[in-house]
Design a protein around this ligand. Sequence first.
Ligand SMILES: [Mn+2]
Length: 302
Amino acid sequence: MIAGTKLNYIIGDIHGCYDEFCELEQLILEHAQKQGLEAHLVCVGDIFDRGPKSSKLCEHFLNGHQAGTHTLIMGNHEVEFLRILEAYRPDLFEKNALEFPFASYTLKDDYESDRYGASIYEKIDQFKEMVFISWLSQGGFETLVSYDCKPHEVDTWSFPVEHLKFLTQLPYYWQDGHVLVTHAFATKSDIELVKKAQAASKLRLQKSIILERDYEEVAKIDEERVRAAVQSCLWSRCPPDSRPDSQRIHISGHTPLEHVRVSKELGFIQLDTGCVYGKRLTAYCPLYDSFLAVKSKTFWSR
Ligand SMILES: [Mn+2]
């Protein structure tokens, strides 16, 4: 093993279950220590909503991101939080110079392009309110409470700027030599598009001049195709009919399952074992092909 190499562990959907996460993290650190290595933890996304301690998880992954020990991938619940914020508190984006995650849809985009039949609402405000109420009932309420905000009083909403900056810049995928990780299922072409677009977005955020030509190359890709690929990485519950990556195992979460699902044939592992629904929180160590898990203490009943 090369000195300084970290041992990677992929973790399923946490959904506010900070206490269970800390217990699993302890198991991971001990496992890595036995191999004489430092651990690098990668969560498939959806640290937010439903469970009680979303803000603590965000703080933990932000600190770990800065220290190079943790990576968080964008989940649909992180995007939903940002969509609600962009619609109800655009001032937070403006005054902190935050950019909405690239290739994701704002509520205005949804309404104007009639995604999900949004046009049945006569006014955009009615559509926004429907999405807001639905988000609150799907665990957004608990996330706002974890930040000491009053969920129904938008003016009371305030969040550490570093959290917002961290969340808006989360990647849609992560990979090492063994595994490729996205929040949900994705096809080979979805992943190829997202990889290119993510590289371009990073360059744009860094305002790189040297690599401007590469960015222009990527900018030629049809934006709607990139958006569709991102939607798949965030939402798809449908396994692709061929391996998304011939060299790597594809790991995702998003769909809570009774047990981890491993498909050798299609080269995927589904890691969401429903911690917030009273089941387990699971991690996978690709190099040792081993699973670590802790039992849930949380049952989210709504
Ligand atoms: Mn999800």
